[in-house]
Design a protein around this ligand. Structure first.
Ligand code: FES
Length: 122
């Protein structure tokens, strides 16, 4: 089975082909936000694909449009809820700041103390 890894979190999980990265993140307990519940409407599941981008199904127009509304979007950005693992191999991810902050908003009990105050000024 394909493997999805979050090296900064020390997390890794094997998932069946066809699994989206939001589901993989939930199974691995990664701190990825998903404010819209995976409906491609919020960009809070924004992740950076560090390796294995070629193992993912191509982004469709809806994903690209929603990703355009995200923060700090890069060439390797994907929406975890839309990006499905399509081939065997290792996909390595980094969680975007907006996704992690969304996760903390949704799971205050897992947020480090003072994380709101520690954010750099915009
Ligand atoms: S969870 Fe909202 S766009 Fe992915």
């Amino acid at each position: 089975m394909p493997t999805v890894r979050w090296p900064e979190e020390g997390l890794e999980i094997e998932v069946p082909i066809g699994t989206d990265l939001r589901t993989a993140g939930k199974l691995a307990h990664a701190q990825q936000g998903d404010a819209c519940g995976g409906k491609c409407a919020c960009s809070t599941c924004h992740v950076y694909v560090l390796a294995g981008r070629e193992l993912l199904a191509e982004a469709d127009e809806d994903e690209e449009d929603t990703l355009d509304k995200g923060f700090d979007v890069r060439a390797n950005s994907r929406l975890a809820c839309q990006a499905k693992v399509a081939r065997e191999g290792l996909v390595t991810l980094s969680i975007s700041r907006e996704s992690r902050e969304s996760f903390y908003n949704e799971h205050a009990d897992e947020a480090p103390p003072g994380w709101r105050e520690a954010r750099p000024a915009k």
